[in-house]
Design a protein around this ligand. Structure first.
Ligand code: ATP
Ligand code: MG
Length: 262
């Protein structure tokens, strides 16, 4: 049985794609079969972390949604064709697949104008999970609340809600948390990203966790610090495989253990 893990945030730019790519990579490193799907058809991005671009993205999920190819034909085999970047290269031979969303202007305009059939995507994902015998399927979502958010939440075993310590993020996150509870998502966790290193003392962290858990009534499973090395890398590689001893990488590994144990 495939465990489905959705990574979502109410607002954009919270770090979903970076956390999803690193988390999925860490779980693949533990010899699990991993799939990742980019459902952010309006502003795709996670493919960049795996070294895909307009030239080497041979197929995409949009073609499947248009009925042109099967879902498996849309999947990119990262373990067989890892990007030459030092972090990504370490995925050589691992069982990790990406269903990328198209970065062509026409495809994005098409999705914005006509939308897509979420039930067809759901059917495709079910087929993909079975065909690749996936242990985990990670869904990197479009921020906010749309029809496809509801689908992603409804089929998830685990939801990671990513929020920055920012009032705008937090208000919206509470709305998403309530929807996820209504949809009976079995395990919902809050992940705080981009905490200022200024608040990185045990007492301050404890206070943040206590306040958030009281406010949202869901567990806070990780706090990631605002990390200048990540800003400098600019999504060009998988940081947790580049610098394993860094605090961010250790926090990603801790998150991967939580997922593996849930
Ligand atoms: N802990 C962090 N410290 C510093 N920068 C970070 C951290 N996490 C993510 N970033 C940076 O923030 C930016 C946004 O990250 P990312 O693209 O992963 O967010 P996202 O939630 O997927 O965005 P979108 O909603 O647009 O899809 C990237 O430049 C990334 O490198
Ligand atoms: Mg993203």
């Amino acid at each position: 049985m495939t465990k489905i893990v959705s990574i979502h945030s109410f607002r954009g730019g919270t770090g979903k794609s970076n956390i999803t790519a690193n988390l999925a990579a860490q779980i693949a490193m533990q010899h699990k079969k991993v799939g990742i799907v980019d459902t952010d058809f309006a502003s795709p991005g996670i493919h960049v972390l795996f070294g895909l671009n307009a030239e080497n993205m041979t197929h995409c999920t949009n073609e499947f949604l248009r009925g042109k190819i099967s879902i498996s034909e849309a999947a990119f085999n990262i373990g067989e064709h890892p990007s030459p970047q030092n972090g990504c290269k370490r995925l050589t031979g691992k069982d990790i697949w990406l269903l990328p969303a198209s970065i062509s202007r026409d495809d994005i305009q098409d999705i914005l104008q006509f939308g897509y059939d979420v039930n067809e995507l759901n059917r495709g994902l079910t087929e993909f999970r079975k065909e690749k015998a996936l242990d985990y399927l990670f869904i990197d979502t479009h921020p906010g609340i749309q029809e496809e958010t509801l689908l992603a939440l409804a089929i998830s075993d685990i939801l990671l809600l990513i929020a920055r310590p920012d009032q705008q993020d937090m208000q919206g996150t509470s709305v998403v948390a309530d929807i996820a509870k209504d949809l009976d998502v079995p395990d919902i966790f809050l992940v705080v990203n981009k905490l200022s290193p200024k608040f990185d003392q045990d007492d301050a962290r404890k206070d943040i966790i206590t306040d958030l858990e009281k406010q949202f009534e869901i567990p806070v499973c990780n706090i990631f610090l605002l990390t200048h090395e990540l800003v400098e890398l600019g999504s060009a590689d998988l940081f947790s495989l580049l610098d394993e001893e860094h605090r961010f990488s250790k926090e990603i590994k801790k998150l991967s253990q939580i997922i593996l144990n849930t």
